[in-house]
Design a protein around this ligand. Structure first.
Ligand code: SAH
Length: 411
């Protein structure tokens, strides 16, 4: 979107005033960009300068010479990630403006409160900053670049974070060792770009969590399950809860606050189990209702008692990281959910999720449906869940929707 105008078509006659390298599209390939889809696929390109470098800001030009906008160039099937649909200069001012837009929205959602200081500030395309993820934990911002272009902008982004209106950012930790394309050979170091110290404890809906951005998965915490954890709390009173794939124990802590009778957290990683135990201890010291088990999910579900749990959470890692793995992923979801349907107590509630972008909402629901039919239980859908509002989906980029969940009542 143009940053300075509400008229999306105001750039119809714009020129490449900033003399950026020009990427010219094949005839007709501007159509999806004219609908503000933020990606240029390599097959859409008619010509590009020989000396254009990966990560550079380029001007995207239609076949008829019209400037469409500017974006980050990358070698691969997505060749350009659009930053704006105008002849915009990509500098610190651009990032300050986009970050302030993002922060204003989070503040409107009331995510920045004394009892909640963990939230996603920038969700890539959903915040019109393709290739960039930023999570906030109190006064610390954890920045993840998914494109070489954003990697080269990291210092400017860090400075822009400290110049936002209405928030003090003291630490900026850059964590892109595993998120940048390996082939780009950028050799990114995980390190502080600004500051370097924080208490490591963040607050979500009044609950405390140790956030290990140095060694933890992703940015250290899965903020995307916040609303779904709050939903679980409402179903927890008096129930025996199994939190499968617990990682930091988020769902477990909410279940304990919701009055669960017993909570068992399971994860195959010993580190995750230690983190869960620490987080439960932070909020409910010496609470004998909780137990954490380092065990493979499928094994645990096979050996646990029939009817032992009447509230089960299944929040596995992405089974399909790419489209090629789709078939196996769907089989995996079916197998996992079947095991839960087989064992859950009558009147039980199942929270089941998929965070694979390659798996559609319909495909996931079909996998769960197949599992339910196989178990011959009577199953009803109570709620359909998705990612929270601080992980917005640009209406022009439906691919941004990734988290899918169902709350099921099992008789
Ligand atoms: N529910 C968590 C996020 C889950 S992330 C939250 O709300 O924050 C996925 C977790 O699954 C990771 O911690 C990983 O260690 C664990 N995991 C991966 N494969 C597993 C398996 N086969 N059995 C049990 N846990 C597994």
């Amino acid at each position: 979107m143009p940053t300075t105008s509400t008229d999306l078509y105001s750039n119809k006659t714009a020129m490449n005033k900033n003399n950026l390298p020009e990427i010219v599209l094949r005839k007709g390939k501007e159509e999806s960009l004219d609908r503000f889809h933020p990606w240029v696929f390599s097959g859409a390109i008619a010509s590009l300068p020989e000396d254009v470098e990966e990560g550079e800001v380029v001007a995207v030009i239609a076949h008829d010479g019209r400037l469409i906008g500017v974006g980050h160039y990358q070698i691969g099937s997505i060749a350009v990630r659009m930053l704006d649909f105008a002849d915009t200069v990509i500098d610190k001012g651009f990032f300050v403006e986009r970050l302030n837009d993002a922060l204003r929205m989070r503040k409107a959602l009331r995510l920045d409160r004394p009892d909640n200081n963990a939230y996603r500030l920038v969700h890539g395309e959903g915040d019109f900053l393709p290739g960039l993820i930023i999570d906030i934990y109190g006064t610390t911002a954890v920045v993840q670049a998914h494109s070489p272009g954003m990697h080269y902008c990291r210092e400017v982004i860090a400075l822009a974070l400290t110049e936002m209106d209405g928030i003090e950012i003291a630490n900026v930790y850059y964590k892109s060792e595993t998120t940048l394309p390996f082939k780009a050979q950028l050799d990114p170091r995980n390190d502080y770009l600004i500051g370097g110290f924080d208490t490591n404890v963040a607050t979500e809906n009044g609950l405390q969590f140790h956030i290990d951005w140095l060694k933890g998965q992703k940015t250290g915490f899965f903020v995307d399950q916040r609303d779904n954890r709050a939903m679980l709390e409402r179903f927890s009173a008096g129930r025996n809860v199994l939190n499968m794939f617990c990682y930091t124990g988020g769902f477990s802590v909410y279940a304990l606050r919701g009055g669960a009778k017993r909570v068992v957290s399971v994860d195959s990683s010993a580190k995750a189990i230690a983190l869960t135990t620490a987080n439960v201890g932070l909020n409910f010291p010496d609470d004998t209702r909780h137990q954490a088990v380092a065990e493979d999910a499928f094994k645990y579900l096979d050996t646990m008692g029939n009817g032992e749990f009447d509230l089960i959470v299944l929040d596995p890692p992405a089974f399909a990281k790419h489209r090629t793995a789709l078939k196996n992923a769907l089989r995996g979801y079916q197998r996992l959910n079947y095991k839960a349907f087989e064992k859950i107590a009558p009147g039980g509630i199942l929270f089941t999720f998929s965070c694979s972008q390659a798996v559609s909402r319909e495909q996931f629901r079909l996998a769960v449906f197949s599992a339910a039919a196989q178990s011959r239980r009577r199953v009803r859908i109570l709620h359909q869940l998705t990612q929270p509002a601080d992980h917005p989906v640009s209406i022009y980029h439906p691919e941004g929707e990734y988290l899918k969940g169902l709350i099921l009542y099992v008789e």
